[in-house]
Design a protein around this ligand. Structure first.
Ligand code: GUN
Ligand code: ZN
Length: 438
């Protein structure tokens, strides 16, 4: 029997024992000023006060100590398009025109193997450089764009959810497939990848406007027939899109129902945006365990609207919410920048968002939205050791500002407002050092 591999990390650390949007608002955040994390074979074995835990550490195990830093669970990006890496910042249009003018053009280049593999590598490296260790990722309609992405992700041992985009109308011919072909290719990809290493498959109808009812129906069948897989799509991002979807599906009772009708909502389904969901739709998200990915930088970039986090998390019917970049409409890989944007959007929507709440949406809350809280998103023993090590002095002005911070909440607020990729000192994936800045 081979010996297990044990490593240890010491430093200040943060995790969540509860949901800071609920009654545990002020106690959910767990801050350990001198923590020890013991990692065995890629999993967190112990986490707690360093002096208390030291006796547990087998002799000879090297302890890596991070000073002026915070150890966090690796960030989770709940909705992102890797093929759109090449069009970040292509602007000047709202959603539908932006899709036609930039997105559908860029995505056609993913029929090329070499291009998709190179982009997937660039994308995964950039996630890691930003401390993001898991994501729910849209590929393109091309099956091999999914193979390329999963090859990149699994060679880096990342826990990833992704899938082949399904479209059979209202998109260029080169990006559409027939209902049967979309089904067959998705099924082959599920058989090839789902559950392999840390890979999970998401059935990925792009959005209701680009699928016929027949395609949504077969997507629902695929989901039912392949337990443990996910569904990801878009919902209620812009008013114009909502009117279009309502006209395309006159028999459905609103946008969410275009998915609900075909068995595409419930736990392990996640929909990007949800800015303009109605009260009845929020209620249905709550009742069914359907998750929404909040994409603030994207919503501002396209001018889609202001997501109301207060409404989404209404204590009478809270929905599962995770934070997301939605690149390439989103403008940054950094979850700090995304948290900062979420804060600003909350303010503009007349809501509030504490730094602890924003961090929760990017870690533990995101894991919950993806039904993965037993695996990622916390520092709980038994979970997978994906970590972001955050520098509290990453720029001269952050270093200066931190001298005046009087609480962990204030430190997190400064990070949310000012930090970016430079603040990520190191990233660990499955217990291994995957990136170090210095
Ligand atoms: N709706 C349908 N497709 C997309 C996409 O690629 N990006 C965004 N932001 N919204 C979409
Ligand atoms: Zn999107």
């Amino acid at each position: 029997m081979s010996e297990s591999k044990i490593t240890a990390i010491r430093g200040s650390a943060i995790t969540f024992g509860d949901d800071p949007f609920g009654e545990a608002k002020d106690t959910a955040l767990q801050y350990e000023t001198d923590a020890l994390l013991i990692i065995e074979d890629g999993f967190i074995k112990s986490f707690g006060n360093a002096e208390t835990l030291m006796p547990e550490l087998p002799p000879g195990v090297k302890v890596t100590t991070y000073t002026d830093s915070l150890v966090l669970p690796g960030f989770i990006d709940c909705h992102v398009h890797y093929p759109q890496t090449q069009i970040i910042g292509a602007g000047g249009e709202a959603l539908i025109d932006w899709l036609d003018k930039y997105t559908f053009v860029a995505e056609q280049s993913f029929s090329d193997d070499e291009h998709s593999l190179k982009t997937a590598d660039t994308f995964c490296d950039e996630l890691i450089r930003n401390g993001t260790t898991s994501a729910a990722v849209f590929c393109t309609v091309h099956a091999q764009s999914v193979d390329s992405f999963f090859k990149s992700a699994s060679s880096r041992k990342m826990r990833m959810i992704a899938g082949k985009v399904l479209m059979d109308r209202n998109a260029p011919e080169g990006l559409c497939d027939s209902v049967q072909r979309g089904h067959d290719l998705s099924k082959q990809l599920i058989d090839r990848w789902h559950g392999k290493d840390r890979i999970l498959y998401a059935i990925t109808p792009r959005y209701a406007a680009s699928s016929t009812p027949e395609q949504l129906d077969i997507a629902g069948t695929l989901w039912r027939e392949n337990p443990g897989t996910y569904v990801q799509s878009h919902i209620s991002e812009s008013q114009k899109e909502i009117e279009w979807v309502n006209a395309l599906f006159p028999d459905c009772d609103g946008y969410l129902d275009t998915y609900g009708r075909f068995g595409l909502i419930g736990p392990r389904s996640i929909f990007g945006h949800g800015i303009h969901l109605t009260e009845a739709e929020w209620q249905r998200c709550h009742e069914t365990g359907t998750a929404i990915a909040h994409c603030p930088t994207s919503n501002m970039f396209l001018g889609s609207g202001l997501f109301d986090i207060k409404k989404a998390k209404d204590a009478s019917r809270p929905a599962q919410i995770g934070l997301a970049t939605d690149l390439g409409a989103g403008t940054s890989f950094s979850m700090f920048q995304t948290m900062g944007a979420a804060y600003q959007v909350a303010r503009l929507a007349g809501a509030d968002l504490s730094a602890a709440q924003a961090l929760y949406l990017a870690t533990t809350g995101a894991a919950k939205a993806l039904s993965l809280e037993d695996k990622i998103g916390t520092l709980e023993p038994g979970t997978e050791a994906d970590l972001a090590i955050v520098d509290l002095k990453s720029t001269p002005i952050i270093d200066y500002r931190m001298q005046f911070a009087q609480s962990i909440e204030e430190i997190l607020f400064v990070l949310m407002t000012m930090a970016d990729d430079r603040a990520v000192r190191a990233t660990y994936i499955s217990g291994d050092l995957a990136y170090t800045r210095d």
